[in-house]
Design a protein around this ligand. Structure first.
Ligand code: PHE
Length: 456
């Protein structure tokens, strides 16, 4: 065996924290509630949960396995796995997709991370106190109308991400996740309790869990798959690269279940913190990406000075949760570029960072200066979408899902069974057979079917 000289997580627990740090972020707290609302509630949540279990966990295992088995960044990892299994060289392209897609996600993710920073400061200094009806929607709109502010906060979140990734994961990430993630969780639980007591709790339960089966369409399933992949950090290299720092004696299936469980719990909690308020205050549930930023400030403002403190902490911790995700989005490309000392880590972080930052500027402008630019208007699926919406949809609902489809084919058909057997460490058990059947047939056929119906 060759010696591995790169970093390794201190323990399985550290890995779990880092992987949960990647999975839990704006996807759970910002994106989940508004996508649930836009897709009508219960039916969406049901399909979402099914996808997490049937597609999400097996794919998490596959990505972790490819990373851990080779101890290499995505492009090199897929190349090596393909080589060992005598599979086609064409698979190398999948590796590149695994490092480029996360940069695409970063272009809008860093903009929204910027919103959270702006809100943390605004609430902290008291400018969101005593909100009257309609105020919070106006305040959100004002932020969207301020290109310079948006670019400033986006740049700040980009610089923090680049700085941490440049120094290596260990120094930055481990401390952040051990303290701040649990703190965010506690605040979220408190918020949920407060919202449920003062808001429309029963209505929210019905909204989230009472499925109207007539609403299930191929589009809804694609949106749910996209949201599940996005939330679990799948199809974007993050889990693969984090897997490559994972020690050999740690159980991949257990880690995958742990990540999926925590991530889903946080998404549901955040739904229960937000929907009771949506219904109690008559906020339009379909108000789109602004939903969290419009609803929660109302609660904080109602709570008086405690709310001011809470609100400040909440948005600050949300910003940290976002940063633990942006780090995992930049890492695949940086690990790839600095593999074999082609570039130093710092240089790789700056190059990759500059690339997403530059495109991020256009995203920051897409709700104001460039709001009438609809780049793919000629395609019916993209009609009326601005730059942010196009990149968001393409990254989460098209490319991440497509990467997941290909990786399941790779793990189920291309990689030698003896390698997967050894890496997953479950022996030739029933569980292994279930995993094998899922990645071999269920995921590829399921995803291909959804795609065929919606996109083609
Ligand atoms: N899972 C993260 C979130 O929900 C976003 C993310 C996507 C991170 C893809 C890494 C890779 O916020």
């Amino acid at each position: 065996m060759q010696k591995v000289k790169h970093e390794q997580w201190a323990s399985g627990f550290t890995f779990l924290l880092a992987a949960v740090g990647s999975a839990v972020g704006l996807g759970n707290i910002w994106r989940f509630p508004y996508v649930v609302a836009e897709n009508g509630g219960g039916a969406f949540v049901l399909i979402y949960l099914a996808i997490v279990i049937v597609f999400g966990i097996p794919l998490l295992m596959s990505e972790l396995m490819i990373g851990r088995g080779t101890q290499k960044p995505p492009v090199a990892a897929i190349q090596q796995m393909a080589h060992q299994s005598k599979a086609s060289k064409l698979w190398n392209m999948l590796g590149w997709s695994y490092v480029i897609v996360p940069l695409g996600v970063l272009t809008f993710y860093s903009v929204v991370a910027g919103w959270t920073l702006d809100y943390a400061i605004a609430i902290g200094i008291g400018s969101l106190n005593n909100l009257q009806e309609g105020d919070s929607a106006k305040i959100f709109q004002e932020l969207q109308d301020s290109p310079l502010k948006l670019i400033f906060w986006m740049t700040l979140s980009a610089v923090i991400t680049i700085g941490i990734v440049a120094r290596g994961l260990k120094s930055g990430l481990e401390k952040t996740v051990t303290i701040l993630m649990p703190a965010l969780f506690v605040i979220l639980v408190l918020l949920m309790l407060y919202a449920s007591i003062t808001g429309e709790f029963i209505k929210s339960v019905a909204f989230m869990f009472d499925p109207d089966f007539s609403k299930i369409t191929p589009e809804l399933v694609l949106m749910a798959a996209g949201q599940a992949f996005f939330s679990l950090s799948l199809g974007a290299g993050s889990m693969m690269v984090y897997g490559s720092y994972l020690n050999r004696d740690i159980s991949i299936p257990k880690m995958a279940v742990g990540v999926a469980f925590s991530d889903t719990l946080v998404a549901l909690l955040s739904g229960f913190a937000i929907f009771p308020i949506v219904f109690a205050y008559g906020v339009e549930p379909t108000s789109g990406p602004g939903l969290v930023f419009v609803t929660l400030p109302i609660v904080f403002s109602d709570m008086g000075w405690i709310g001011q403190l809470f609100g400040f902490l909440f948005f600050l911790l949300l910003a940290f949760a976002a940063i633990t995700s942006t780090i995992s989005l930049l890492e695949p490309m940086v690990a790839q570029l600095s593999e074999g000392e082609k570039f130093s880590r710092a240089r790789a972080a700056i190059y990759a960072g500059a690339a997403f930052w530059f495109v991020g500027i256009f995203v920051a402008l897409s709700n104001n200066v460039l709001k009438d630019v609809h780049p793919l208007d000629f395609l019916p699926l993209f009609e009326g979408m601005n730059i942010e919406a196009v990149i968001n949809f393409l990254a989460a609902n098209v490319f991440m899902v497509l990467n997941g489809l290909l990786v399941s084919i790779f793990a189920g058909w291309a990689i030698k069974r003896s390698i997967t057997l050894e890496e997953l460490g479950m022996g030739d058990s029933m569980l292994f057979k279930i995993w094998f059947m899922l990645v071999r047939y269920v995921v590829p056929i399921g995803v291909a079917f959804i795609f065929y119906d919606v996109v083609l």
